[in-house]
Design a protein around this ligand. Structure first.
Ligand code: MG
Length: 206
């Protein structure tokens, strides 16, 4: 089922702040990717010519099983039905330029194929969602390692915050931010993102 929206959280790991010249957020940083960017395990990430650096960002995604508004953080996890591994692929040069100019960076995050996601698994099968190990490698070299225990805003708080303003609908996806170690993807790379107990996501860059 295609989601109505993909809610993304920026700068949700302390370790990722310095490498992108960002300050510690006092509230979650929220943006959206269009559902048309989604691809699955084994599909190709397609880089359009002339867009500069493109980066990988391994993230835990949660998928919502029911619709809610003003969801209290204490009840937030009951709205989550599935989890998946997500790669928040980003045209970094375009995003950096847009940030510097005070412009939105929707295109830098929302290009076709910039939302690889693994097959979702039922949330009940995921043990310890708040201490999952994330890892991303490119051509067999580990680039990113982190734990969901290092999130600045935990998942329940993210859901509570977003749902104050935006109705979260059944089927929506939320990508919860990336730890340190973001880096470039170039044509021919094979990028593998893993979250133990959730899944593995392998995509080639073309
Ligand atoms: Mg991200």
């Amino acid at each position: 089922m295609r989601p109505g929206k993909i809610i993304c959280i920026g700068w949700n790991y302390r370790s990722h702040l310095s490498e992108t010249n960002a300050n510690l957020p006092t509230e979650p940083i929220v943006f959206f990717k269009p559902p048309s960017c989604l691809i699955g395990n084994g599909d190709d990430i397609v880089i359009t010519e002339g867009i500069g650096a493109v980066h990988h960002e391994v993230e835990l995604a949660v998928i919502f099983g029911k619709t809610g508004k003003n969801i209290p953080s204490s009840e937030a996890m009951s709205y989550v039905s599935h989890a998946a591994v997500f790669n928040d692929v980003t045209a970094r040069d375009m995003q950096t330029k847009a940030r510097a100019e005070g412009n939105p960076w929707c295109i830098a995050k929302g290009m076709d194929t910039f939302g690889p996601m693994s097959e979702p698994v039922p949330i009940d099968s995921v043990k310890g969602i708040h201490c999952l190990d994330l890892e991303l490698s490119v051509n067999g070299t580990v680039r990113q390692k982190g734990s969901t225990s290092m999130m600045i805003f935990p998942i329940g708080e993210l859901i509570a915050y977003v749902s104050r303003f935006v109705t979260i609908e059944k089927g929506d996806i939320m990508a919860t931010g990336t730890p340190e170690g973001i880096g470039p993807l170039v044509k021919g790379d094979v990028v593998v993102a893993k979250i133990k107990g959730v899944g593995e996501l392998r995509n080639k860059v073309v």
